[in-house]
Design a protein around this ligand. Structure first.
Ligand code: SF4
Length: 253
């Protein structure tokens, strides 16, 4: 399984993001998330529940970011993007909003053209500080994998209370200024794009009008071994009606 033991890692070069720094503000051991998605590349929550693990504090994150970014600048290494993902859900960090502000300040100082992105499962958008911080970054990439509460329970396995309807309501605050990320997958137990579910998902997209939609499927090793993926051609056909309506949709296999 994929794990990050540094707070700031990279830069890694990719065609999509250019030269990219990754930021993990979750504990370095295991996964910590209020979802336990069947496809999570970090494994199950229970497998990483090590006693004594902790979030890096604000000062540690600031120090790691400053050191990595200033070193890149001094060495003439480009930084095109700074992306928060890592070992779980970044918005669970108690100082998430302050960490975003520190990151934006360093970005402005050293690499003003770099884009700051956060991959989030959107569960904590009901917290005003979290929602506002996500609105300040260039790319809030927010997850909705399933169009019904029942499917969410099967795919994302929320820890604690999760109401899809509330998350959709909270996303409306972004007025479309976010990127929606959706994983299409199937197993013996469910299919995220069974006919009614797919149309309901398209209706969520139509309601939220995100500036971009990213759909993808299983890529790396997953904790649930019975999962099935979709091809790019299949996913393209699934989103075609939305593309025809003018939505910007990226399909990744
Ligand atoms: S939301 Fe992301 S980090 Fe959390 S369980 Fe799902 S895939 Fe893993």
């Amino acid at each position: 399984m994929l794990h990050f033991d540094e707070i700031v890692f990279g830069p890694i070069f990719s065609r999509r993001l250019g030269s990219s720094l990754g930021v993990n503000i979750l504990p370095s051991v295991g996964k910590l998330c209020n979802f336990d998605c069947v496809y999570c590349e970090c494994g199950w929550n229970k497998d990483g529940a090590v006693e004594g693990r902790r979030f890096p504090d604000l000062q540690e994150v600031e120090q790691a970011l400053t050191s990595k970014i200033s070193k890149a600048a001094a060495e003439g290494v480009p930084v095109d993007s700074i992306t928060f993902s890592g070992n779980g859900e970044p918005t669970m960090h108690p100082d998430f909003a302050q960490i975003i502000d520190v990151t934006l300040k360093l970005r402005d100082e050293y690499f003003p053209d770099a884009k700051v992105s956060v991959l989030s499962n959107a569960t904590l958008l009901g917290r005003e500080d979290v929602a506002q911080a996500l609105m300040r970054v260039d790319n809030p990439i927010l997850k909705i994998d399933a169009s019904s509460q029942e499917l969410v329970e099967k795919i994302n396995k929320p820890v604690g209370t999760y109401k899809l309807a509330d998350v959709i309501d909270n996303m409306k605050k972004f007025e479309g200024n976010f990127i929606l990320q959706t994983m299409f997958l199937r197993s013996e137990d469910f299919d995220t794009v069974a006919s009614g579910a797919l149309e309901a998902w398209r209706d969520i997209v139509r309601m939220l009008r995100p500036r971009q939609v990213m759909v993808y499927t299983i890529d790396r090793e997953t904790p649930d071994k019975s999962l099935g993926k979709y091809t790019v051609e299949e996913m393209t056909a699934m989103v075609q009606p939305l593309m025809d309506e003018g939505f910007d949709i990226q399909v990744r296999g």
